[in-house]
Write a protein that binds this ligand. Structure first.
Ligand SMILES: Nc1nc2c(ncn2[C@@H]2O[C@H](COP(=O)(O)OP(=O)(O)OP(=O)(O)O)[C@@H](O)[C@H]2O)c(=O)[nH]1
Ligand SMILES: [Mg+2]
Length: 406
């Protein structure tokens, strides 16, 4: 063997042995600093699904929770130290949200973006003030962009009867339906459902990560989720799923069925209807992904399939005559327009938006990712969570002790 080839072979052996020692030593994970290509062997194309063999649910005193989950996540991280996707964070906010978004940015930066420097797009129906721009810009390690929403994207479409919309708000106020009285909340939900991805500031990006004021991240994020999305052809991803309040969407599923009838060509084969419906699409079980956290494909939201879907629902008026949230709108779209493999659940992203937390069960994973969440507060297997339906839909074994649909 020529000397130079021998040298490379030795480097390769060092790399493989080093990697093996790294996994055996199980020290806390050091996040990669480099953005160069990896010398490591090819990893599995996706991290393993969340562990299916926890010692017990929500019991942080148990040792040796399933190690598979942690080692798979770490292996993926070790073999994907860098690379970069065409992606941005995106936040819809008011000037008055400044301190809550400052807190959220700080956590996103500390846990992930300080190594990656992705941009951050802020959108508002009003102009952002200098205070908001100065503080957010000082916290974001990438470039900040501030956009004002065009009034036609944050107002009533001409087919809406505004008197009827006002009456509905008053009825919902009396019924104490959450945000049922609010006009701006409805504009917000419609904007997040059908318009944010069309804003000129987002045109050149392929992926987005939605961050809301006040949210928290509890674990280091060991690799670039945008790159993971790209490499694995994922279009929509979530950390928490749950049931929607019936009173906010009484006729939404009728609208969805009408769309499915009008556009059978848009409905994906091998979709996640099983997550959304217990009777093959006749009725909606109200399961949705909680959209205050999303990592998703802007190209998918800008696709003809999604735009036809949004347009069809928007025409029915339920954003104003009911109180349709952007979470069920996005989730149903992801459930019927995408193949189920194009969705992804992030077990390793520990997350809080008032009042629910996702905290990984695998203790080794929590140690390795320096998590600070209390696993007994994990929402995944509580009665209001839809995660077990997601597992069933994707043939992921449920952890022992979890009822099929708790
Ligand atoms: N610019 C602007 N942003 C808004 C307005 N209303 C809500 N938002 C933003 O839209 C997103 C969703 O609003 P939230 O009030 O958090 O709604 P929610 O998550 O359903 O309810 P919470 O439990 O109160 O958080 C957040 O990023 C808000 O900052 C508004 O009137 N103007
Ligand atoms: Mg919120």
């Amino acid at each position: 063997m020529p000397p130079s080839q021998g040298k490379y072979a030795r480097y390769l052996i060092f790399a493989v042995v080093g990697l093996a020692l790294f996994f055996l030593s199980r020290r806390p994970l050091l996040l990669p600093d480099s953005t160069g290509p990896s010398l490591s062997p090819k990893p599995p194309s996706t991290p393993s699904p969340p562990s299916d063999k926890p010692a017990s649910l929500g019991d942080s005193s148990e040792q040796s929770l399933n190690e598979q989950s942690s080692s798979e996540v770490l292996r993926y991280a070790a073999t994907h130290p860098g690379g970069r996707a065409n992606a941005t964070f995106v936040t819809l906010a008011r000037n008055s949200d400044i301190w809550e978004i400052a807190q959220a940015i700080r956590q996103v930066e500390d846990r992930f973006n300080r190594k990656f420097h992705y941009d951050w797009v802020f959108l508002n129906d009003q102009p952002f003030d200098d205070n908001f721009k100065r503080i957010t810009t000082s916290l974001v390690s990438g470039t900040t962009h501030f956009g004002q929403i065009p009034p036609e994207h944050w107002s009533y479409p001409e087919w809406i009867d505004q008197d009827r919309a006002r009456e509905v708000r008053e009825e919902m106020r009396e019924k104490k339906i959450i945000y049922g009285h609010s006009e701006s909340y409805r504009h917000m939900c419609r904007y997040e459902s059908g318009f944010f991805f069309r804003h000129p500031l987002l045109q050149d990006y392929e992926f987005y990560w939605r961050v809301e004021p006040g949210v928290e991240l509890f674990c280091d994020i060991p690799y670039d989720p945008f790159v993971f999305m790209k490499e694995n052809d994922k279009k929509y991803s979530f950390v928490i799923s749950m049931y929607e309040y019936e009173g906010t969407i009484p006729t939404l599923w009728d609208g969805v069925k009408q769309f499915m009838g009008d556009h059978p060509e848009h409905i994906a084969e091998g979709n996640s209807m099983r997550f959304l419906s217990d009777d093959k699409g006749k009725t909606y079980n109200k399961c949705h992904f909680w959209s205050n956290f999303e990592i998703g494909s802007l190209d998918w939201l800008r696709s003809k399939e999604y735009l036809d879907y949004f347009e069809s629902l928007d025409r029915q008026g339920g954003f104003y005559y009911e109180r349709w949230g952007d979470a069920p709108i996005h989730s149903i779209a992801a459930g019927i327009l995408l193949k189920k493999e194009q969705l992804h659940f992030w077990d390793e992203i520990a997350y809080y938006h008032i009042p629910f937390t996702h905290c990984p069960r695998d203790e080794q994973l929590r140690m390795d990712l320096r998590c600070s969440c209390d696993p007994s507060g994990n929402f995944d297997w509580k009665g209001f969570s839809c995660l077990s339906r997601y597992y069933k839909t994707n043939d992921i074994p449920l952890p022992p002790g979890v009822d099929e649909y708790s």
